[in-house]
Ligand binder design. Structure first.
Ligand SMILES: [Ca+2]
Ligand SMILES: [Ca+2]
Ligand SMILES: [Ca+2]
Ligand SMILES: [Ca+2]
Length: 220
């Protein structure tokens, strides 16, 4: 086999490995990477009809279908969402959860080893938010963005090893806030308002900020 063909075959194998399974037990909707760990890409959104859609992108299979989607009725329902994407360069975009007809309680996103992108846009959680993008030994850089995110209870973000980036654009964090860059040269980029929100949590004794090297103010 020449090297070009070998490369293409490996690309194909990578694609086949990108797969998640969605399970709804009535309380918690769980999205788990299935089979060997790889680069999963997902968009999870809620629309104004109260439908939660979990859609695979970039070839990621959802319940067996490449670039497929699963739709769950969350109208007038309180639900937890747990996303476990494991190893690989995972990319997950969460949009409008809890801000439409559904009531989002706890939101948990774990992306494991690898350089991951986790973006939360227009999210309202009545419970806890947990984002965990790797462990201390994971040398990869992760990129986490909270843009228009409200959390009523505890907010916890662990970025793992590697020089990671946390961007805070518009946040309303009511409960305890724990932000830990873990190993590496980690940075927080935040708007003036978002830094004020952290200051407020600090004054209230609700903030634990650990292992960040730099804080950079950005425009709205
Ligand atoms: Ca993965
Ligand atoms: Ca990671
Ligand atoms: Ca990391
Ligand atoms: Ca880190």
């Amino acid at each position: 086999m020449n090297s070009d063909r070998k490369l293409r075959l490996e690309d194909l194998e990578d694609r086949l490995l990108m797969a998640v399974t969605v399970v709804d037990n009535g309380t918690t909707i769980t999205v788990n990477e299935t089979g060997p760990a790889f680069n999963d890409a997902l968009v999870i959104s809620e629309d104004d009809d109260g439908t939660l859609t979990i859609r695979g992108t970039n070839g990621t299979k959802v319940n067996g279908t490449a670039n497929g989607s699963v739709q769950i009725d969350v109208d007038d329902r309180t639900y937890n969402l747990t996303v476990n994407l494991n190893k690989g360069k995972d990319n997950v975009l969460l949009v409008d959860l809890g801000s439409e007809e559904g009531e989002l309680n706890n939101l948990t996103v774990r992306t494991g080893i690898g350089s991951d992108r986790v973006r939360l846009v227009n999210i309202e959680a009545e419970g806890n938010l947990l984002i965990d993008t790797g462990n201390n030994a994971d040398a990869f850089a992760d990129d986490v963005v909270l843009d228009d995110v409200a959390v009523e209870r505890t907010t916890t973000i662990f970025l793992g090893g590697g020089s990671d980036r946390l961007t805070l654009i518009d946040i309303d964090l009511e409960g305890d806030v724990r932000l830990d860059g873990e190993n590496g040269n980690d940075r927080i980029f935040a708007t003036e308002d978002a830094f004020e929100e952290l200051d407020e949590a600090d004054e209230d004794g609700r903030l634990r900020l650990q292992r960040f090297e730099a804080f950079v103010e950005i425009d709205d």
